[in-house]
Write a protein that binds this ligand. Sequence first.
Ligand SMILES: Cc1cc2nc3c(=O)[nH]c(=O)nc-3n(C[C@H](O)[C@H](O)[C@H](O)COP(=O)(O)OP(=O)(O)OC[C@H]3O[C@@H](n4cnc5c(N)ncnc54)[C@H](O)[C@@H]3O)c2cc1C
Length: 465
Amino acid sequence: MINKKLVVLLKYYKGELNPFDACTLECALTLGFKDITVLAMAPNSVLESLKSLTRLGVKAVLISDPVYAGSDTLVTSLILSEALKKLSPDIIFCGRQSVDGDTGFVPMMVAKRLNFNVYDRVMSIDNGSLLLRDGNTVNLLPNTLYTFERFKNLRFFSIFSKASSVTVLDNSILNIPIDNCGLKGSKTRVIKTYESTVGRRYCKFITVDELFDVIKKSLKKTTVNNTVQLTDKLNRVLYVGNIYSIANNIANNAIKLEVDNKSDEALKDEILSLNADAVIFEDTPTLKQLAPRLAVLTGSGICADVINFSVVNGALVLTRPALSGSITADIICTNKPAFATVRTPKKASADVILSVGKGAINSTDKVIDVAIKIGAEVCCSRIVADSGKLPYKYQVGLTGKTVFSSVYIALGISGAVQHTCAISSVGTVIAVNTDKNARIFDYADYGIVGDINLVLDKLKDLSLN
Ligand SMILES: Cc1cc2nc3c(=O)[nH]c(=O)nc-3n(C[C@H](O)[C@H](O)[C@H](O)COP(=O)(O)OP(=O)(O)OC[C@H]3O[C@@H](n4cnc5c(N)ncnc54)[C@H](O)[C@@H]3O)c2cc1C
């Protein structure tokens, strides 16, 4: 039994418990914490579900008040941290992300507000040690927030177990000024949502025998930079990381903000003194943690995973995939500076990428052999990374990397929007799938309807020189 007070943050989406949070609670139970409280912020309709969780031997607290509706990440983190102050946990657990929001900002913001350390992305637990995505192993420490990937299902409660009551915290208890709550307090506004068609292409179906010609022709094609050059610009933008060209496109003055060896408080002072319209961050794992921390300190609206910027009537419009990538949203921040993390394509180490999907998972070793032989890079879909067949850093997609190469060969990948949103910068996409109606063909320049093994047997004789 672990004698520390643990709070597990839970999120509900459309009445369902976020699967990342379900895994987190299962880990808390498996680790043997003696004192677990689950804390959710949701409408009253989730009361029954929370009550049933108490049958697992945990206490349950619901934060619920109509004035909290419409809260963005900044406000949500404020409300959660006020509730957490009342519960005074030693340790906080939460899922790495929610299936709808998908920014991963709230845990970082909560930790900043409570002055907790963070260990991000636990991907397995073993005898009290936690293995992180970055390969490090850490222990359970007080004053620390841990985020969890999705790798376990939540157990069922025993039929002999008894439910206990759920404590409800509303704003008469949390006492947050109304103007700082809900939509009113939020510094971001969604101004438009629409169906995502980013990266849609016209597919020409070819035979395996035509493959070499297509690849060679594609390698000779000069890649076109399709970034729209903005004429209407902001005055001053600060950028962090390797994104000068993006900052320069949206502002007359693009100033690099050096962040190494500076405290969050020093960076806050520097940002506020520079009086910028926006601060934009490259989406590296470290900067994706820094950006929300600084947004808390400066009180700025923040948007994650921005794929496009535009300036309309002097206001910065941030475009990002939303609802698990199924739609695209245009967002504005109501105060300055606006904060954003930017999805930047990572240039592949080779001209050709061979990407392994579920349909090629049993041939992963064969794909690696062919890639070594022809000098290609290997990537994969999330199903393949989740299965452990290839490391997470190979994963392409909304929750993986965005790639940039001359040719991308999708082997047994169905083409879910969360995958195709990350291959739109590729020069030529070639899809191989046994199902001629697979969505991937709508996002490919060339398609082969057939078994991936036929293509791999052919590809091993390709000479890229
Ligand atoms: C919040 C969220 C974030 C996500 N992030 C990502 C992400 O970053 N990246 C990502 O990839 N996914 C992501 N996903 C998951 C995504 O929705 C899909 O589930 C996933 O991309 C499917 O992977 P797949 O195409 O390899 O597998 P499947 O969808 O199972 O497709 C396999 C395909 O292989 C074909 N096939 C089978 N056998 C063969 C064969 N022998 N030869 C040729 N073809 C064959 C089938 O016809 C099928 O089309 C995310 C989902 C959510 C909800």
